[in-house]
Design a protein around this ligand. Structure first.
Ligand SMILES: Cc1c2[nH]c(c1CCC(=O)O)Cc1[nH]c(c(CCC(=O)O)c1C)Cc1[nH]c(c(CCC(=O)O)c1C)Cc1[nH]c(c(C)c1CCC(=O)O)C2
Length: 327
């Protein structure tokens, strides 16, 4: 590539007026089952910004909904689960995901590959820890109380749950790649709540298996979490090709924390986009400079686009990344 590639986590979504118009009167999870809507929303940021990738419009909760878990995504709240899973009976409700459970994903990815042409489509899934946290807590959580109680107190049940979630994640990623997705990102958004020793024992075996099982699909694998500065080395060990970094660790320091041979993705603070353009430009240049020390850099924000972000700022930022990194 003649420049550093750039895309934005949550580039499809609430910061775009055209997204809000399409979604009017349609519930979040409902929109994720309509191929025409998925294609349109995935394409919206690609039309607006000079991004080098599209991210599939869906949600980390979609495969769980598809296997019959009673859950909803409440606006302004997030995923809410009717019957939180905290015992063996709850575990038994988690059955494997079959491709036939998500025909709309296969159809939408197929349609997108046609529309996108040479622009790659990134498929994604939630990682077992982050999915487990929603399922066990019953919704978003600050301290992950019940999740950690189970992880520390009932390791056998914990690992059984993580194993089933890993199987669902693997199946969901495989569906997307089989339909034409050209890269995958595993979102372990909330795993930064875990200490390194616990990550190694309670999380790493499951994320490693996911990356192993999708390795021979031949697409680049990205691994991202928030607040994971102390976990970057272990997340690199888990096996992805690219490690995502939030805004808390500068990329030249992240280079020292991940194993050799890994590319980095990130890591402009999404809130920097609320500052004047001169500040955004200076900060973006700093991210590019530090990213040059990595064995490959994909420019991104350190977490998702915040809903009140001005789309024109993102448009300018994508152009700036291309100009400033041109080789
Ligand atoms: C933790 C997590 C979830 N979902 C996701 C994660 C991991 C990424 C991250 O850390 O941000 C992943 C996700 N969710 C969505 C995408 C689509 C593609 C994209 O990134 O543009 C992706 C990749 C759409 C969405 N997923 C959601 C929206 C907003 C819903 C709406 O517009 O009504 C979108 C566009 C809902 C959602 N779904 C979830 C949350 C926390 C929320 C926000 C709730 C709220 O504050 O309203 C769970």
């Amino acid at each position: 590539m003649p420049h550093t590639p750039v895309w934005f986590m949550r580039q499809a979504g609430r910061s775009l007026p055209e997204y809000l118009r399409v979604r009017e009167g349609v519930a979040m999870l409902e929109s994720c089952t309509r191929p025409d809507m998925i294609v349109e929303i995935t394409m919206q940021p690609v039309r607006r910004y000079a991004v080098d990738a599209a991210i599939f419009f869906s949600d980390i909760m979609v495969p769980l909904k598809a296997i019959g878990i009673d859950l909803d995504i409440k606006p302004g709240v997030g995923p809410v689960i009717a019957d939180p899973i905290r015992d063996a009976a709850g575990l038994a409700t988690l059955r494997p995901l079959e491709p036939d459970d998500v025909p709309y994903v296969t159809e939408a990815v197929g349609g997108l590959v046609g529309e996108l042409g040479s622009t790659p489509l990134i498929g994604f899934a939630g990682a077992p820890f982050t999915l487990a946290s929603y399922l066990i807590e019953g919704g978003p959580s600050k301290n992950h109380d019940h999740t950690k109680a189970l992880m520390y107190g009932e390791p056998e049940l914990w690992h059984a749950l993580m194993e089933r979630l890993a199987d669902i994640t693997i199946a969901f990623l495989k569906v997307q790649v089989a339909a034409g997705a050209s890269a995958v990102q595993l979102f372990d958004s909330w795993v930064g709540a875990v200490a390194p020793q616990d990550y190694r024992e309670s999380v790493l075996p499951h994320t490693s298996r996911i990356f192993d099982e999708v390795a021979d699909l031949g697409v680049p694998r990205i691994h991202f979490g928030v607040g994971t500065g102390e976990l970057l080395g272990l997340m690199g060990e888990a096996g992805a090709d690219v490690v995502g970094v939030d805004w808390r660790v500068p990329l030249d320091e992240a280079v020292r924390r991940v194993p050799p041979g890994k590319a980095l993705q990130g890591n402009l603070d999404p809130a920097v986009l609320f500052a004047p353009w001169e500040v955004v430009e200076r900060r973006a240049r700093d991210v590019l400079d530090r990213g040059r020390t990595a064995e490959g850099h994909v420019f991104n924000l350190g977490h998702g686009v915040l809903p009140s972000t001005d789309p024109d700022m993102l448009a300018r930022l994508a152009d700036f990344v291309h100009e400033a990194s041109a080789r």
